[in-house]
Design a protein around this ligand. Structure first.
Ligand SMILES: Nc1ncnc2c1ncn2[C@@H]1O[C@H](COP(=O)(O)OP(=O)(O)OP(=O)(O)O)[C@@H](O)[C@H]1O
Length: 344
């Protein structure tokens, strides 16, 4: 696949902070690459290094075969995270303004329709809702019909229907050959749009793959969550720690389990279980007269990947877990409810 966007060992530091600690990636023509990662991971810095708005301290970047500073701007569309256009223009005037910067621009009304704002052309930008404003901002990146689109958190603040409009737009652009790099905190967005997803943490790209590959490698198996009231939930004084459900209770269950206990309930996570096997667990609970308040089965998804890997990074950096899925807990381990708590 033709490499359209390339980062080779990009480094960028701000004081003691390594915003990019040697990031390499290659994005092919027509590919959508979704970049995810915690706040401060370096996503915006990477976007800026790839679009020529920050100069890396080390490494190199290529976009359409050129350095980001010299790439043909007619072929590039960039939405910065903090983009704030002049607000005393209507949505149509705003798009016409940006269209005027290019030799062969698209019709602003066609762009408005693309972002689902065909009826808002005469509304001043400042009077649009936050989500509508963000959609106009996405529109400004499309006026030159770019070959490469870089979108830093394009759907932040956009309602679910508007978000889907943007998703369909990105999908159709990629189908037509546009290369897209986007950042997002929305795992559903990354999972749906990303041909590949990259997880950035502390300036390092710690995992890259298709959403399916990442889920298979990092998110564990499907699981059934059973909420069980702690044995002393009704009688225990508030200050006393809860008595956990005894994992030995589940010794005869033929699946690996984790047990986590909080104030009112123990959460028993039954792993590696398919939906057709749920009935056997219900029978197991009923036969032993184990009371439960909730049963929920879930397929792991990109959010589990994110929590798992972000947690590992947090542990590596601080020695403490940051609150992941629990999927890595030892089998039948009872977690100390006070472990990892910090004083207020
Ligand atoms: N201009 C700057 N001056 C000083 N520090 C900066 C600057 N830009 C970024 N940083 C730091 O670099 C690190 C990475 O920031 P960056 O904005 O790239 O993260 P991000 O992944 O985009 O975060 P978010 O998800 O919150 O947008 C952070 O620690 C941030 O404080």
């Amino acid at each position: 696949m033709e490499a359209v966007v390339v980062a080779d060992e990009l480094q960028r530091s701000y004081g003691d902070t390594d915003a990019l600690a040697g990031v390499s990636l290659s994005i092919g023509r027509g590919e959508v690459f979704a970049l995810i990662g915690p706040n401060g991971a370096g996503k915006t810095t990477l976007v800026r290094a790839l679009t020529g708005t920050t100069v890396p301290d080390g490494g190199s970047a290529r976009v359409l075969g050129n350095s980001p500073e010299t790439v043909d701007r007619d072929r590039l569309g960039v939405l910065p995270q903090d983009f704030s256009p002049p607000d005393r223009l209507t949505a149509r005037e705003l798009l016409a303004y940006y269209a005027g910067l290019y030799e062969e621009p698209r019709d602003p009304d066609a762009v408005l329709a693309d972002v689902g704002l065909a009826d808002a052309g005469d509304t001043w930008y400042e009077n649009l809702s936050g989500g509508q404003q963000r959609r106009v901002c996405v529109g400004t990146t499309l006026v030159n019909d770019p070959d490469v689109l870089v979108l830093d958190e394009p759907t932040t603040g956009i309602d679910p229907a508007g978000r889907r409009t943007v998703w369909r737009l990105v999908e159709s652009l990629a189908d037509a050959g546009t290369t897209v790099l986007l950042t997002t905190h929305d795992m559903a967005e990354a999972q749906r749009l990303g041909d590949r997803v990259g997880l950035l943490a502390d300036g390092e790209l710690i995992a890259v793959g298709t959403p399916e590959e990442l889920v298979t490698t990092h998110a564990g198996s499907s699981r059934l969550t059973v909420e069980i009231p702690t044995p002393d939930a009704d009688t225990r004084a508030d200050a006393d720690p809860p008595t956990p459900v005894d994992p030995a209770t589940f010794a005869d269950l033929e699946y690996p389990i984790d047990v986590r206990t909080n104030a009112e309930t123990s959460t028993v996570v039954v792993r590696e279980i398919s939906p057709t096997e749920i009935a056997s667990v219900v029978t197991f609970l009923d036969e032993r007269e184990i009371e439960y308040t909730e049963l929920a089965w879930a397929e792991p998804d990109l959010e589990d990947v994110y929590l798992e890997l972000a947690d590992e990074t947090e542990v590596a950096r601080t020695g403490r877990a940051g609150g992941g899925t629990g999927a890595t807990m030892a089998e039948t381990e009872v977690a100390d409810p006070n472990e990892g708590r910090e004083s207020p």
